[in-house]
Write a protein that binds this ligand. Structure first.
Ligand SMILES: CC(C)(COP(=O)(O)OP(=O)(O)OC[C@H]1O[C@@H](n2cnc3c(N)ncnc32)[C@H](O)[C@@H]1OP(=O)(O)O)[C@@H](O)C(=O)NCCC(=O)NCCS
Length: 162
């Protein structure tokens, strides 16, 4: 007899940033600001590939970028890339100016090296400099890698919706 799998829920997680934050560099990786001309295509490709197993949805590059850049909470300073020594984008984070991380992804070949953590820490610092006291995000309850990353970065679950 087959056991019925529970449907995934959406989990809201939160990081309080009203205290000292530490950020560790990752060898050979540069964490910096997103530049549309240099990074748009690579960041889209990375997101598309990272979400291809059903963890999220990304439209084609033009509608994706139009959606990102025309959003009322868009601020280009809140898009962060991780580049390797050849200038290839191996990590990408997109946050809204309400203190919310919309997307974070690391290339499959570059995972478990601290890049996801470095991207999160970079954005926590950015929001702290803006005077925010917390940063939120949402994640599918079945995305165990992402939930483990967020917990390791000091985030905790706020609530879970079906
Ligand atoms: C989630 C994701 C961004 C993590 O990026 P990463 O660069 O591998 O994360 P880090 O190396 O900084 O991991 C930090 C810690 O998080 C936890 N962690 C990360 N990935 C994990 C995994 N697959 N399994 C268990 N724990 C994991 C570990 O505690 C890890 O520390 P450790 O390697 O010393 O054990 C990456 O797996 C990814 O791009 N996934 C697909 C896209 C996605 O799901 N994005 C999130 C949408 S909400």
């Amino acid at each position: 007899m087959k056991t019925k799998q529970a449907s995934p829920t959406i989990v809201r997680m939160r990081k309080f940033i009203d205290h000292e934050l530490t950020a560790l560099p990752v060898a050979g990786v540069n964490i910096g600001r997103f530049d549309e001309a240099r990074h748009r295509l690579q960041a889209h490709l990375l997101l598309h590939s990272a979400y291809s197993n059903g963890l999220g949805y990304v439209p084609d590059v033009d509608p994706w970028w139009k959606g990102v850049s025309s959003d009322e909470e868009f601020d280009p300073a809140l898009l962060t890339v991780a580049e390797n020594e050849s200038g290839e984008v191996i990590g990408f984070l997109h946050a809204w100016d309400s203190g919310f991380v919309k997307d974070v992804a690391v290339a499959a070949s570059a995972r478990r090296r601290g890049i996801g953590t470095a991207l999160l820490n970079d954005i926590f610092h950015a929001f702290k400099r803006r005077g925010a006291s917390r940063v939120d995000l949402k994640v599918m309850s079945t995305n165990y890698a992402a939930i483990a990353l967020y917990k390791a970065a000091g985030m905790s679950v706020v609530n879970e919706v079906g």
